[in-house]
Design a protein around this ligand. Structure first.
Ligand code: SF4
Length: 299
């Protein structure tokens, strides 16, 4: 079985009467030549690293050399004014803390990339702690997330430098949304609707890291991406649909990424990175940055 489309994934699972995660497990065993036991053990190791990235990010000071990242996760643990439910704040705290661990050169799982490495840990730790989801179910959700990323990688992209931030944090959010729906008892339709809804709501997001550092807006976007993933999962579990089939949304994501100007693909020449404040920050960090600046005819 080649994991090339959501339609094919569903058809294969239904014909064989196996769950979505089993299709990915079999694919991994075939591709990597590993036993199921080895893959489950590896998933446990990967999840332990994710959980540690969250916990250490909430426990230890998190500040990068540039100063662009500074304890976002910890601030969200105990906000002085609560806008959303305390649990929802914690989801944000977990995701941003794990991403800050990455920005501060700590150990993370680049799933699907380092830039988006807070989203899945935030979601899985939230599921474990606040929904009491058993670890085995979380590992199954991780396999489903891997299947989602495999398809997006082939039909669109998972890299900010190729498809913008929609490809990076958008893919991670789609993987996470699928995992939430699966872990909370959703069926195949609902899992795929959550992916479609997530892509639909992250479509067009550009990659514009200040000074080319994967810090700002990256940490904030890991926070907003878990919100979109949770919203998509909630809509799907409520019986709502994206109307547009998930495979078509992936093609749309690829089309948008291909049409995106190179300024918005990790070059730090557009968007947030091109604001006067961001340019001043970049200039301070790299005094010879002038050669990298986007030529603006208005200047
Ligand atoms: S802005 Fe770019 S570097 Fe930062 S998370 Fe998004 S895709 Fe990654």
């Amino acid at each position: 079985m080649k994991l090339e489309s959501f339609k094919g994934w569903r058809t294969f699972a239904e014909e064989k009467s196996i769950p979505l995660w089993q299709v990915v497990l079999d694919y991994e065993m075939h591709q990597k030549g590993r036993s199921a036991e080895e893959i489950w053990a590896r998933l446990a190791q990967v999840y332990a690293v994710m959980r540690d990235a969250v916990e250490s990010g909430l426990r230890e000071p998190r500040q990068t050399f540039s100063g662009l990242v500074r304890d976002t996760g910890k601030k969200l643990l105990t906000p002085p004014i609560q806008v959303v439910s305390p649990e929802f704040s914690l989801l944000l705290a977990y995701a941003t803390a794990a991403k800050e661990t990455n920005a501060c050169m700590g150990r993370v799982v680049a799933a699907p990339t380092a830039g988006a490495s807070g989203i899945l840990p935030g979601i899985y730790v939230f599921l474990e702690k606040h929904h009491s989801i058993p670890l085995q179910t979380i590992y199954e959700a991780m396999l489903i997330g891997a299947g989602v990323a495999l398809i997006i990688e082939q039909k669109a992209s998972i890299a900010g430098a190729v498809g913008g931030c929609q490809a990076e944090t958008g893919t991670a959010a789609a993987m996470g949304a699928a995992g939430i729906v699966y872990a909370l008892g959703g069926d195949i339709d609902q899992v795929f609707e959550a992916v479609a809804l997530t892509i639909m709501n992250m479509l067009g997001l550009i990659c514009d890291p200040v000074a080319g550092l994967v810090e700002l807006p990256c940490v904030k976007r890991n926070g907003s991406a878990v919100v979109i993933a949770a919203a998509a999962a909630q809509m799907a579990l409520a019986g709502d649909t994206a109307i547009i089939p998930v495979d078509e949304m992936v093609i749309a994501m690829g089309e948008v990424g291909a049409a995106m100007d190179t300024r918005f693909k990790e070059t730090a020449l557009g968007g947030t990175a091109a604001t006067p404040t961001a340019r001043a920050i970049a200039q301070k960090i790299y005094p010879d940055l002038k050669t990298l600046r986007h030529e603006d005819p208005a200047e």
